[in-house]
Design a binder for this molecule. Structure first.
Ligand SMILES: *Cc1c(COP(=O)(O)O)cnc(C)c1O
Length: 398
């Protein structure tokens, strides 16, 4: 049965009068989440107290929810776990990869990657010693830069600014052919596009849940370890929750079985409860339908903006196969234009230096919202309504 996107939309609580094109940064609130949070807080934490770890199954949440996410990213069940933030999971995946490839010293990434991934890689290299380095090349040069000096390739599949999408299977195959491992960051892919970590032969994959998976601000990240590495990868951050027997309180660390070892400390139970409820939205969703609908929405937006606003320059690849589920346009006054849009209820975001970014999320956005957003954008551009001092003061979070 084809996915019913009218039905999924009814599962979200969106404010009246808002066109929300920022689910790529922070997904909106699924209607089922507050009741689940209430239950986790009062019936579980409140009444069960510490017995909730066993009685309410808090301890299993990271892997139980991992299996739900596995379906969305093409992973084998039992190989995804939740916990920590994405930056931490990037660090773990990189450190594990370097340990598995001890004769090599180079992490290869691209200049379109999200800065936190690059910062974590730099920090890791500094800890490991001066012979380790992070090398970055332009996104289109990654394939040619994969050579036998590379220990691990670290790529974010969909570029957070431009929406450009890398070819996971092709880059991973090249990495493997020269003896390198591949870590994929799915922050802008999981829940946004068709992802196939098993088919693409990723060694590790990581991603966050507060973007397209709607877990709410500060929701935990996930990590996938390919089954072939499950019993050999060392988790780098060897916290007690990843220990073979956390409650034996042994003095030495022994990694837990398979994906369990990628856990670090106590899981964020309330955030996991929110995520679990948020994932119910996906139960009737076929990823192929999601992708087809996302392409329709993005194409319609590009076509309508280009017709109405010739002063905006498309920053996203025109070929749908080359992009994720967002569309970006460049304009030197991008920040002020976005503030003017937000003031009129069209919420996207701005990324320095000049990118207006719009995320398209078929679960709750349709062609009517696309047309509505373009109409308001066109008005702002025609009238110069963005050109006001209050739209030019930068807030702490942009
Ligand atoms: C959003 C995002 C992050 C954020 O990391 P946190 O540790 O969850 O704050 C990291 N990497 C990429 C590629 C992202 O898109």
């Amino acid at each position: 049965m084809p996915t019913d996107f009218t039905a999924t939309r009814a599962l979200f609580d969106l404010p009246e009068g808002v066109i929300y094109l920022d689910g790529n940064s922070l997904g909106p609130l699924p209607r089922a989440v507050p009741a689940r949070l209430q239950q986790a807080a009062t019936a579980e934490w409140g009444q069960m107290l510490i017995t909730g770890w066993n009685k309410a199954g808090w301890m299993e949440l990271p892997t139980k929810i991992g299996d739900r996410i596995a379906r969305l990213i093409g992973a084998e069940a039992g190989h995804v776990v939740l916990g920590d933030t994405l930056s931490i999971k990037v660090y773990q995946a990189l450190a594990s990869s370097l340990e598995m490839n001890p004769d090599r010293r180079v992490i290869l990434s691209d200049t379109g990657n999200f800065p936190s991934d690059l910062y974590m890689a730099e920090g890791l290299c500094r800890t490991l010693g001066p012979e380790y380095s992070l090398k970055t090349v332009a996104p289109e040069d990654v394939m040619d830069a994969i050579d036998d000096s590379v220990a691990v390739l670290m790529i974010t599949e969909v570029d957070y600014r431009t929406g450009r999408r890398h070819d996971m299977a092709a880059l991973t195959a090249k990495a493997h052919s020269v003896g390198a491992l591949a870590v994929w960051d799915l922050a802008h892919s999981a829940g946004a596009t068709d992802v196939d970590v098993a088919g693409g032969k990723a060694d590790f994959a990581v991603g966050c849940t507060y973007k397209y998976l709607n877990s709410g601000p500060g929701g935990p990240a996930f990590i996938y370890v390919a089954p072939r590495h499950a019993e050999t990868a060392r988790p780098a951050l060897s916290g007690w929750m990843g220990h073979e027997k956390p409650f034996a309180f042994d003095l030495d660390y022994r990694p837990g079985a398979g994906i369990e070892r990628m856990r670090v400390g106590t899981p964020p139970v309330l955030q996991l409860a929110a995520l679990d409820a948020a994932l119910d939205v996906w139960d009737g969703v076929e990823i192929a339908d999601l992708r087809a609908r996302s392409i329709d929405l993005c194409e319609a937006f590009i076509e309508q903006v280009e017709a109405a606003c010739p002063m905006l320059e498309l920053a996203t690849p025109r070929d749908a196969a080359m992009r994720g589920s967002q569309v970006s346009f460049r304009h030197p006054e991008g920040y002020a234009i976005m503030q003017a849009l937000i003031a009129r209820g069209v919420i996207g975001d701005f990324r320095a230096p000049d990118i207006l970014r719009f995320g398209f999320t078929p679960l709750y956005i349709g062609l009517d919202e696309v047309a509505g957003a373009v109409k308001i954008l066109a008005e702002i551009m025609e009238t110069g309504a963005w050109d006001r001092p209050e739209y030019k003061t930068r807030a702490r979070v942009t």
